[in-house]
Design a protein around this ligand. Sequence first.
Ligand SMILES: [Zn+2]
Length: 527
Amino acid sequence: MEFDLLIRNATVMPGEGPALVADVGVRAGTIAAVGGGLAGTAREVIDATGLMLCPGFIDLHAHSALEPFRDPVLEPKIAQGFTTEVINPDGLAPAPVDPARAEARRLYLQPLEGPGPEPWPWTTGEEYAAALEAARPATDLVLSVGHNAVRDHVMGSANRHPSPEEIRAMRREVRRGLEAGARALSFGLIYLPGLFAGTDELVALAEEAAAFGVPLVPHVRNEGAGVVDAVGEMIEVARRSGASLHISHLKVIGDERLVEPLLALIDRASQEVDLTFDQYPYGAGSTMLSALLPPWAQEGGAEAILGRLADPGQRARMAEDVRDGLRSWENIYASCGPENIVIVQAAGDAARHVGRSLAEVAEDLRRDPFEAALDLMAQTSLDVAMVDHYASEATTRAIFRHRLALVGSDGIFGPRPHPRLYGTAARVLGRFALRERLVPVEEAVARLSARAARRARLDDRGRIEVGLRADLVLLDPERFVDVATYDDPCLSPPGVRLVTVAGEAVYRDGRPTGARPGRVVLPQVSR
Ligand SMILES: [Zn+2]
């Protein structure tokens, strides 16, 4: 047989099940043969003795919706072996969008997703997908329908329940996205305007996801003191709608005693609901700084928020709510404390605060730390992001060990990102599995590949098997480990020899090749 690429004597991780030493032959973008001593010639032959060959990794929570318009190579992702990314998580998506509201949407998404092209040349999900594919990303990008985008499109950022007609309109938009090939319905119940949605609204839209067999993927309403109730709400939505449920970045912000009851709830619910979750393997989160604001202060979107930040009376009310808390509100500021919230990205002059905690910024400005946070939001027009340290290493590992855990990097691009952008896959496989043996190595690989593919209904990838796409990661298990840190985050893991997307090398010996074979538009899942 004539191959394009022949990898000999690799320790092959099939995606599920035990490793075997074998040769793998690739032809026309597909895995053409797997076996011992394959006969044949190839344009390129690699002796992979002592190296581990895995299916390309799948990032189940990626903020890569607009980055490809700036840098389609997506080096932090391919350098750790990610070949497929599920985008538009947290309900947040650049489409569908009303042209009159596109600028407000861009302002709001910017700290998480970057700005994208100027102006956005799309209104519908199909137009967005076409523009994204035309940017020629290196990885495959799998769309989700974002509930927040749909709600904003139909209702603006209103803080009220939808009318029956608005529910019908939102269901139509969800269906349209799923018919275009989206593989999830994502929710962001701390973000605009999803935070104004009640449980019944979520159930109505979840019924559309159930009809297509794609999971609900929520950032739940509260990851702090109210996390058990908030996860319980999504379990109820799954149960009532019949949809499967994949909870984004499971964690507890603040009180670690809640981890045990939370995992117990998930165990119980998994007996009647098709349930999984993902985790980024770190004890700190990262998001837009405006996530510190109480829900009422976010009503009306970016411009309304900026108006309130200019009003001393409204600022005093925000400070009061942060101090006293509000029922069922997450209150990240009070849970973490200003010394544990670090500015990682800020527009304009505020960039000089990058790398400092809010406590340090406050000292510098001789301000109260929460007032300093409000100043930064106002000064940057909300283009400011944080890393919030909320959990111990032990708790992060306790969640990681759970049998239903999968992997989502939640990687947010920027000059000083959370290290998860560069380190997630290597921390899961290299540190937690290969070095610390928290789970077996084949279990870590399954979470990064075969089981993730099944979750996202991607039947053509995720395993090393004849006929599947040649998305492959060849790595040295002795060297592959995360090296990105909070202080020095832009470091890719060592030990990655080769990464292919559909048989094409996108990363080789520590460098991107420049090839960008990724696709965006995927066929609809069979209903
Ligand atoms: Zn999230």
